[in-house]
Design a protein around this ligand. Sequence first.
Ligand code: LER
Ligand code: MN
Length: 286
Amino acid sequence: MIRSAVTISLVPEARSGPFVFHGDLAAGCAAARAQGFDAVEIFPGHADELDGYQLRELLRQHGLSLAAIGTGAGWVRHQHRLTDPDPHRRMAARDFAAAIIDFAGGFGAPAIIGSLQGRWGEGSTREQALGWLRQELDQLAPRAHALGVPLLFEPLNRYESNLFNTVAEGLSFLDSLQTRNVALLCDLFHENIEEADVAAALQLAGKRLGHVHFADSNRRAMGFGHLDVAPIAAALRSMGYQGYISAECLPFPNSEAAAVQTIRSFQQFFPRTVTAEASIAPGAGA
Ligand code: LER
Ligand code: MN
């Protein structure tokens, strides 16, 4: 079953970033449940800033799952990147990601490597940067595997990274890793910029697609821009995608309206047939 998720950022420096809810985990979880999302995706400042007991209680109370945790604050807050030419700084980036992998893994959820990948050209060649990224992912992904979860890798658009920008390039990079435990995260905002055909790109990812970031062409909630969602949704359904569709979009005109619009689009494009399981009250038996 395709499941819905919504982002909650806990990072003040990312206040203008593409996250639906900002600043308050408890309020974000309550709002996520009120709008009917299945899960939340969290963007924390650091793994140490997350309270596992509090999160478990919030998820239980609201009948939510944890879809994923982002590592982008490593870049936003500390300028950590897995492609830093300085080995000590690469290690700091890896430690930052490792702590999030461990925390998320305890909830059966994957960590996301997006902005933490960095770029080449600031003291490195492209080959060097890709070599370092390969080394780091080959260390991080087995750690996730030990916890029974994949590691998610997200190609970014050309304004955010010059390592690679398309699904095809992302897949051939994943093929060059020793680990097979890295799945691709396709962010529809980045793909709308980079792909000739977003639906075809998703189909190319096929079984290696692990997570989707759901945003319209202008990075507002799906339906507030001009992305043609129907062929994208048809592609995801026809390839048997079973992961999350997670709203990583701007809180425009405000968080609640973005959440409402997202869930409306989600229900329109990924309608669910009512089953006995779905009709059980939220949280029952959890
Ligand atoms: C950044 O643009 C993004 O899409 C995030 O998911 C990566 O950390
Ligand atoms: Mn994204």
